[in-house]
Design a protein around this ligand. Sequence first.
Ligand code: FAD
Length: 453
Amino acid sequence: MKIVIAGAGIGGLATALSLHRAGFSDIVVYERVAELRPLGVGINLLPHAVRELTELGLAAEVEAIAVKPGRLSYFNRHGQPIWSEPRGTEAGYDWPQLSVHRGEFQMLLVDEVRRRLGNDAIRLDSRLAVVEHGERHEFARFARADGEEFEVAADVLVAADGIHSALRAQEYPEDGAPVWSGLVLWRGTATVPAYLDGRTMIMAGDGEQKFVAYPLEGEGEGEGEGEGEGEGMLRLNFIAERRAPEGTRERADWNRPVDPAPIVELFDAWTFDWLDVPATIAAADEILEYPMVDREALPAWRFGGSVLLGDAAHAMYPNGSNGASQAILDARTLAFHLANRVVELEKTAGTTAADPAATTAAIRAALDAYDADRRPATARLLEMTRRLGPERVMQLAYDRAPEGFADIHDVIPAEELQQIADDYKRTAGFHPSTLNERSSLSARLGPREQMAD
Ligand SMILES: Cc1cc2nc3c(=O)[nH]c(=O)nc-3n(C[C@H](O)[C@H](O)[C@H](O)COP(=O)(O)OP(=O)(O)OC[C@H]3O[C@@H](n4cnc5c(N)ncnc54)[C@H](O)[C@@H]3O)c2cc1C
């Protein structure tokens, strides 16, 4: 069975590794850019995604480039504590939460795909342009930067081509540009004095202005001793966020470097006794500006033998830190259903080769099962991120006590805070009680089915 993946981001690479682990071997990833570089800043891999990475045999490699946050704490814009909860194994999960540099993590997945599937498994300078859905096959047309085009036939095409997905635009021409929330994000990394216990992810502020930070390297782990890293210092990932003035036009491209000075000024008053926000922003190596955008939930992700996956299917706001984790869950669920349907088909066919129509039907049933598992789940999550997700506690604190409070429980009862945190985890599929108990998404073709690849 030939499987083509468009996009070598976290979703596409995790799909290649998941399918390979499940026993498929004819897998090629086509990526638009001519050179893969470690772009982006920090992302969080939540315990449900770390479980999948562990089952893919990647736990040690990813942990080696990660920090395991032990707590997540919310504060108001005056630095007063609203809510704090343990994270990862400290919260009772069997798997940790991992904070990683997006680019470093992507490069780790690239190396692993090349090691396991072969050097030729990722083809660069190949932009998916159009997909034709045949009766049995998908015909994907790709374009190179110099204008040359080529076509590839496949049994399954996975469009993991990000928020500006070509397949999504083709199937939903009315979809238009991503939907902008009116908020602007500034992302950066900075080496600063360690704060709190050195392993806490913090969020301060409210729906209008916010600052999020978490360590990307533990104390003293930095390479650049002599440049200020070392004991008592941490490399921090941060996101500063602010509603844009009326009339600002949004641009949905990553990696637009901006001058830190006006952002430092916006956060001028945010010098808490546990973290100096303006000094952190001023210490950034580089600041990237990005409009906070997402996409509407879709009525279907499968078109013939093609499916959408990751941000192509469900780009959502970063609150909740779930984008990469949901893409990894998509990848594992897709491989699970494809492997199970192919095994079932082989059992039914017995010793005779399955007829091509039955194979196509089995593949499409698998893609529908993936859609049924993942599409409603991510639509609920998308809806929740639009209502601020777990960060709703910060907006509530602001609405009820904009100038601050003596004790948060005078403003928001403890039960209400707990309820908001629990609801989000259930919807996102990582409540400890459900995650630890749920069955594995590992599925594997038998030896006979693998020969049929
Ligand atoms: C350059 C970049 C930097 C990012 N930085 C951050 C960050 O700092 N923090 C954060 O939380 N999230 C970041 N994200 C988003 C985050 O990676 C995703 O939300 C999440 O990991 C889901 O991944 P994905 O694979 O679905 O999409 P993406 O990570 O967007 O990957 C999509 C991939 O498809 C490729 N592609 C696009 N169009 C085509 C096409 N037509 N044909 C073939 N290939 C195509 C892209 O070049 C990219 O490699 C970034 C994304 C990108 C592309």
